[in-house]
Design a protein around this ligand. Sequence first.
Ligand SMILES: Cc1ncc(COP(=O)(O)O)c(C=O)c1O
Length: 377
Amino acid sequence: MSEKFIPVCEPYLAGNEIKYVLDALETGWISSAGKYITQFEEAFANYCGVKHGIAVANGTVALHLALVALGVGKDDEIIIPNFTMIATAFAVCYTGAKPVFVDAEKETWNIDVNKIESKITKKTKAILPVHIYGHPCDMEEINRMALKYNLKVLEDSAEVHGAEYKGKKCGSLGNIAAFSFFANKIATTGEGGMVVTDDDELAEKCRYFKNLCFPVKGPRNYQHNEIGFNYRMSNLHAALGLAQVEKLDFYVERRINHNRLYRKYLQGVHGIIFPMEEVDTKSVYWMNGIVVDKESFGLNRNELMAKLKQDGIDTRLFFTGMHKQKALLQYGCKCKGNFSISEWLEENGMYLPSGSNLHQRQIELICSQIKKYSKAN
Ligand SMILES: Cc1ncc(COP(=O)(O)O)c(C=O)c1O
């Protein structure tokens, strides 16, 4: 990586990626059959501590497929965080159901579990928490509410490979979970996703719906009884995925270490706020998000991003709240209400370079530039 430009994130392909992809190419298994699909599914499900993994084309369709398997459809409501990436909401819309937004919690930036209950109605079918930027949500409270109101729980685990909540891996904490393997994710296949679950029936439904509703067992016929989707992953992508899972603990450790370094070098810098890590959780810091408080730092978030850009340091804005998304307004979502924490995050939050292949000296450099721009300097 060049010292002149530090990207927010680059894929880190440090293991058997080339070997496995070449093998897939040389043997001609380049489509959605082949040994890497099953090996990747088994290895990743095993990593998450669940029985089944169903590889798909990306994280967005993994969410949609999980919702379809849960039987979500028209007239249902699904509780989601207001502060998330649009894919969470869109996946709900694809089913015909309505996403219902809950504001974020100030400390962790995850869904505020204390605000979920007031949004539950007779139409609510599931809670869809998102482990934002790699930090596990308060799953005990979410599962308690799901039990009380007979709801399903789908974890949007796109950003959280390897994170743990009370000793269990994210992805194993609800009925079903969806992961993304986009290029900036902790494990990547370029484009890719996976549904994971312990539930045999849900897993079978996912396999059925992801492949145009061809029969999962028995001979293939061309009689289709339901509307299905082609969400298959190719063996080439799965070859990348298997190599990534083999080294996943290494990548996770690197992300966590980057966060330790950021916190260490930025300690005492007024106006730079990190999320709180709850006790009994292991956050994997997919991205190192910070909130910039202009009063105490001196510059606002946009000014700091502009300065860092001049220094060749790439950063990104935080998500825009779901209640402000025109697409969802047009779709008839209830966008009125108090989403003040999401708005605070959207206006003041940014994330710093976080890729697994960052070096300590680069983090040191980024932090020394941030310090230079603080008003205390
Ligand atoms: C929280 C969240 N959910 C879903 C997705 C969608 O994943 P993909 O880009 O693989 O479709 C993302 C992607 O970054 C995400 O951050």
